[in-house]
Write a protein of this length. Structure first.
Length: 211
């Protein structure tokens, strides 16, 4: 059963400009919190996708054992060391892609992982990309970093691209989240750095990867 092409939240009148570069050049934890409620827009030819971020994780540089950048730059994590606002896409478990945006100044090696989002535009194409058949709970469409990239058609070709392009950008949707609406927890699926509450999410959101 296909998802109907409708939005689960009010859409902005138009897809706005990308967030300014200074947004990403700040402290990674601050950027991670403020990415919640922002929109991720991607266009592949005539196919347009828009989703609202509801769950992210921050990964710092040399001070964060759980970060890919902890031991320094490698060919795999090079994009993580680029200037804030650069996409860092990596392949994991031999099957899945994960999308991050680099933060802070060039050379720091910090980034924010996109974990879950609300689908707003391009729902039927997202379902096709996920190769899903039969009845679908739309709340599970983008409820995980690998699900999100598969649904949006994100692959290694996006690695190293600036996320301020007309067809690949993070935009302000006009959502306003109070501090009390944002929850924190340990990051998911890691064994190191569990003491750090670097996962940020919209409390009580049914769209999260994990409640």
């Amino acid at each position: 059963m296909k998802l109907r092409e409708k939005s689960f939240l009010p859409l902005p009148n138009k897809i706005g400009p990308p967030l300014d570069s200074p947004f990403f050049l700040r402290n990674t934890l601050k950027v991670a919190r403020e990415l919640l409620g922002k929109g991720l827009f991607i266009q592949h030819s005539s196919k347009r996708f828009l989703c609202e971020l509801v769950e992210v994780e921050a990964y710092l540089g040399a001070c964060d054992e759980a970060s890919h950048s902890f031991r320094g730059m490698t060919p795999r994590n090079q994009s993580m060391f680029e200037e804030g606002g650069t996409a860092y896409v990596y392949f994991t478990y031999g099957f899945h892609f994960c999308l991050n945006v680099a933060t802070e100044k060039k050379g720091v090696g910090a980034a924010v992982l996109f974990r879950a989002a609300i689908p707003l535009l391009g729902l039927e194409e997202m379902q096709k990309n996920r190769k899903l058949r039969g009845p679908l709970d739309p709340k599970k469409l983008l409820s995980g970093p690998a699900k999100l990239t598969q649904a949006l058609g994100i692959n290694k070709a996006f690695n190293g691209q600036k996320m301020n392009q007309a067809q690949f950008k993070i935009v302000d949707l006009g959502r306003v989240l109070s501090k009390s609406a944002i929850g924190t927890s340990s990051r998911i699926g890691i064994s190191k750095g569990q003491e750090h509450l670097y996962r940020f999410f919209v409390k009580n959101s049914p769209w999260l990867s994990r409640k």
